[in-house]
Design a protein around this ligand. Structure first.
Ligand SMILES: [Zn+2]
Length: 223
């Protein structure tokens, strides 16, 4: 991983800030069906961060059986093959986060009882959804942008799994929806397929999304 870009100012979360915790689910942690290497290491960091935010949103990948993004749905295809679909390239994955299976559950040690919203995504059998804001056609909204706006949120801080897929897409779409966005890089872990981590760094820089570290966030009125 390249050097983390840090900001000079300490950030104190307030009422117009939200922490978005992306996909910290068993299947994305070691031992899970689609494990992100060292994915479980973010749990303690995210628990600590969440205590500093009044507004915390969790996302949960939540697929029906036979989901389009599963290699097993496409005869002759293997995990990590790429197919072309109506909305562009789609990487195929091992079956993961099937609704109501233990793999789809949040990691046991994730402790954020005050989370105000759980956004489930990837429910449509025919479209994958990496982002917390849009399905992969980048046209079908999840409703999160409207929720955040109605709540007066102006800045979002992203953490979770995987850095170079669901966190990346969520950060990109947050900017597209005119939220200020920050990725807390040491509270994320990536999978790095075909240079996807480096591509994420380039994309975030281009969109004005700072990559920060958890230590730059300090408790405010909630602390
Ligand atoms: Zn998925």
């Amino acid at each position: 991983m390249t050097d983390i870009i840090t900001m000079t100012d300490i950030i104190t979360p307030g009422d117009s800030d939200a922490l978005i915790v992306v996909d910290i689910q068993n299947d994305f942690c070691p031992g899970g069906a689609l494990a992100v290497p060292r994915g479980d290491e973010v749990v303690a960091i995210v628990n600590r961060l969440a205590k500093m935010f009044h507004n915390v949103v969790l996302t949960q990948d939540w697929h029906p059986r036979g989901h389009f993004s599963f290699a097993s749905t496409h005869p002759g295809k293997n995990a990590y093959d790429t197919i072309t679909v109506s909305y562009g390239p789609q990487i195929l994955w091992r079956d993961h986060c099937v609704q109501e299976t233990p793999g789809a559950a949040f990691h046991d040690a994730l402790q954020i009882p005050h989370a105000c919203l759980v956004v489930r995504k990837g429910l449509d059998r025919a479209i994958d959804s990496y982002s917390a804001f849009y399905e992969n056609d980048r046209a079908t909204p999840t409703g999160l942008a409207g929720y955040l706006r109605e709540r007066g949120i102006r800045r979002v801080f992203l953490a979770g799994l995987a850095f170079d897929f669901c966190v990346r897409y969520s950060a990109e779409d947050a900017r597209r929806e005119n939220f200020a966005a920050f990725v807390i890089e040491d509270a994320c872990r990536g999978i790095d397929i075909g240079g996807s981590v480096a591509a994420t760094h380039v994309s975030l820089a281009g969109l004005g999304v700072p990559r920060i570290i958890a230590a730059e966030i300090k408790p405010g009125i909630m602390g």
